[in-house]
Design a protein around this ligand. Structure first.
Ligand code: ADP
Ligand code: MG
Length: 240
């Protein structure tokens, strides 16, 4: 589903991603962790061209990423993304948030878009809030809406960038539960998160990044039970 080869990226003079190689198979669930500033967000944002890379190759669902707008659109249609700060449209209701891209990007009739939106809102257990505005919901509820909105586009890959790190502790579980459900349904997922319980139960592979590099990647039992690199061990000792 995703094939990244020798990816390098700079922000001006700053070399943010260094020779990243990463292959993700269909249905695989990857957790990415690492210190703040290590390039986790930058890497996953490159996958749907929210960031542009300067060297290396990214192929998503068989489509090589280029600057061509058509290509980028083809890739983005396959990739859903959920951010730390939800990024819902505050002036639109929950239902309208979930319909917008279906109507304007996918050109679906509004009634069909609403039906699909309600199905996904049902799945994240928030259909009863469909007529409310994001500001009237808790953080956990808003993040579940953001996930539903993404799923309405029927993505083949879901990218999560610290989806629970802006939430109060009591709301983290309701969002993780939705992510666990999605994983059990076979979604291909890349999740930047420091929720190591989630990583242990859901991830096929855990990736540790530091200073723009992938330092280590292993199945969770190996990753947590026998971390190879000193940097991984140090990081784990700080967060576990
Ligand atoms: P992480 O998600 O692991 O915390 P990021 O990918 O957000 O790391 O950032 C990696 C590094 O790149 C950080 O040092 C950050 O300050 C820098 N950076 C991120 N975005 C930009 C940008 N738009 N311009 C310049 N530097 C940036
Ligand atoms: Mg980040």
């Amino acid at each position: 589903m995703i094939e990244i080869t020798r990816l390098n990226k700079w922000y001006g003079d700053f070399h943010v991603l260094r020779d990243i190689d990463l292959t993700v198979a269909k249905g695989e669930r990857i957790v990415i962790c690492g210190p703040s500033g290590s390039g986790k967000s930058t890497m996953i944002r490159c996958i749907n061209h929210l960031e542009e890379h300067q060297q290396g190759e990214i192929v998503v669902g068989g489509i090589p990423m280029t600057r061509d707008v058509k290509r980028i659109e083809q890739i983005r249609r396959r990739v859903g993304m959920v951010f730390q700060h939800f990024n819902l449209f505050p002036h639109l209701t929950v239902l309208e948030n979930c319909c917008l891209a279906q109507v304007w990007v996918q050109k679906k009739p509004r009634r069909e878009a609403e039906k699909i939106a309600m199905e996904y809102l049902e799945r994240v257990r928030i259909a009863n809030q469909a007529q409310k505005y994001p500001g009237q919901l808790s953080g956990g509820q808003q993040q579940r809406v953001a996930i539903a909105r993404s799923l309405c586009m029927h993505p083949e890959i879901m990218l999560f960038d610290e989806p629970t790190s802006a939430l109060d502790p009591e709301m983290i579980k309701e969002v993780l539960d939705v992510m666990v459900q999605l994983a059990s349904e076979g979604m291909t997922m890349l999740c930047v998160t420091h929720e190591m319980g989630f990583a242990k139960t859901v991830a096929d592979r855990v990736i540790f990044m530091d200073q723009g590099q992938i330092i280590e990647q292993n199945p969770p039992t190996e990753f947590f039970g026998n971390p190879r690199s000193a940097r991984t061990r140090e990081f784990l000792s700080q967060i576990l």
